[in-house]
Design a protein around this ligand. Structure first.
Ligand code: FES
Length: 105
Protein backbone atom coordinates (compact mmCIF):
# COMPACT_ATOMS: atom_id res chain seq x y z
CA UNK A 1 0.00 0.00 0.00
CA UNK A 2 1.38 3.43 -0.75
CA UNK A 3 -1.38 5.80 0.37
CA UNK A 4 -3.20 6.03 3.68
CA UNK A 5 -6.41 7.88 4.42
CA UNK A 6 -6.65 10.16 7.43
CA UNK A 7 -9.73 11.99 8.66
CA UNK A 8 -9.13 15.37 10.27
CA UNK A 9 -11.69 17.47 12.13
CA UNK A 10 -10.66 21.11 11.99
CA UNK A 11 -11.31 23.78 14.63
CA UNK A 12 -14.67 24.60 13.07
CA UNK A 13 -15.72 20.94 13.36
CA UNK A 14 -15.41 20.48 9.61
CA UNK A 15 -14.25 17.06 8.47
CA UNK A 16 -11.47 16.64 5.92
CA UNK A 17 -10.40 13.38 4.32
CA UNK A 18 -6.69 13.43 3.53
CA UNK A 19 -4.66 10.96 1.53
CA UNK A 20 -0.98 10.67 2.31
CA UNK A 21 1.83 8.60 0.79
CA UNK A 22 3.70 6.18 3.03
CA UNK A 23 6.84 6.23 0.91
CA UNK A 24 7.85 9.88 1.21
CA UNK A 25 8.95 9.93 4.84
CA UNK A 26 6.25 12.45 5.72
CA UNK A 27 4.75 13.16 9.11
CA UNK A 28 1.19 14.14 9.93
CA UNK A 29 2.01 17.83 10.41
CA UNK A 30 3.42 17.98 6.88
CA UNK A 31 0.25 16.40 5.52
CA UNK A 32 -1.90 18.93 7.41
CA UNK A 33 0.11 21.68 5.75
CA UNK A 34 0.01 20.08 2.32
CA UNK A 35 -3.79 20.22 2.56
CA UNK A 36 -3.62 23.82 3.80
CA UNK A 37 -5.18 23.06 7.13
CA UNK A 38 -4.54 25.81 9.71
CA UNK A 39 -1.47 24.21 11.27
CA UNK A 40 1.69 26.27 11.40
CA UNK A 41 4.36 23.69 12.11
CA UNK A 42 6.57 26.55 13.26
CA UNK A 43 9.49 24.42 14.42
CA UNK A 44 9.57 22.37 11.25
CA UNK A 45 8.76 19.12 13.02
CA UNK A 46 11.30 19.20 15.86
CA UNK A 47 8.73 18.75 18.67
CA UNK A 48 9.54 22.28 19.82
CA UNK A 49 6.43 24.38 19.17
CA UNK A 50 3.22 22.33 19.64
CA UNK A 51 1.46 24.13 16.75
CA UNK A 52 0.78 20.65 15.31
CA UNK A 53 -1.03 19.49 18.48
CA UNK A 54 -3.97 17.23 17.72
CA UNK A 55 -6.20 14.70 19.46
CA UNK A 56 -6.31 11.11 18.28
CA UNK A 57 -9.97 10.04 18.05
CA UNK A 58 -9.58 6.57 16.56
CA UNK A 59 -8.32 3.48 18.38
CA UNK A 60 -5.06 3.10 16.49
CA UNK A 61 -2.03 1.65 18.24
CA UNK A 62 0.43 4.47 17.67
CA UNK A 63 4.11 4.51 18.55
CA UNK A 64 4.59 5.86 22.06
CA UNK A 65 5.50 9.51 22.39
CA UNK A 66 9.21 10.17 22.77
CA UNK A 67 10.56 12.14 25.73
CA UNK A 68 10.84 15.20 23.48
CA UNK A 69 7.18 14.92 22.51
CA UNK A 70 6.12 14.40 26.14
CA UNK A 71 8.17 17.42 27.22
CA UNK A 72 6.57 19.63 24.59
CA UNK A 73 3.07 18.43 25.43
CA UNK A 74 3.78 19.22 29.09
CA UNK A 75 4.13 22.85 28.07
CA UNK A 76 1.22 22.97 25.60
CA UNK A 77 -2.31 24.17 26.35
CA UNK A 78 -5.52 22.10 26.17
CA UNK A 79 -3.61 18.83 26.52
CA UNK A 80 -5.76 15.71 26.86
CA UNK A 81 -5.05 11.99 27.30
CA UNK A 82 -5.18 11.54 23.54
CA UNK A 83 -2.98 14.52 22.65
CA UNK A 84 -0.14 14.00 20.18
CA UNK A 85 2.15 16.18 18.13
CA UNK A 86 1.33 15.64 14.48
CA UNK A 87 4.96 16.10 13.48
CA UNK A 88 5.96 13.10 15.55
CA UNK A 89 3.53 10.74 13.80
CA UNK A 90 5.03 9.16 10.72
CA UNK A 91 2.83 8.39 7.76
CA UNK A 92 2.89 4.61 7.66
CA UNK A 93 0.51 1.77 6.79
CA UNK A 94 -0.35 1.34 10.49
CA UNK A 95 -2.11 4.70 10.63
CA UNK A 96 -4.44 4.09 7.72
CA UNK A 97 -7.91 5.23 8.78
CA UNK A 98 -6.58 7.41 11.59
CA UNK A 99 -8.97 10.08 12.81
CA UNK A 100 -7.68 13.19 14.54
CA UNK A 101 -8.97 16.57 15.62
CA UNK A 102 -6.89 19.75 15.58
CA UNK A 103 -6.31 21.16 19.06
CA UNK A 104 -7.32 24.77 19.73
CA UNK A 105 -4.59 27.40 19.44
S1 FES B 1 5.67 21.20 14.23
FE1 FES B 1 6.52 22.01 16.04
S2 FES B 1 6.00 20.53 17.52
FE2 FES B 1 5.25 19.71 15.71
Amino acid sequence: MSDVTITVIDREEKEHILEAPTDMNMNLMEVFKAYELPVEGTCGGMALCSTCHCYVLSEHELPKATDDEEDMLDQAFFVEENSRLGCQLKIADEIDGLKVKLAPV
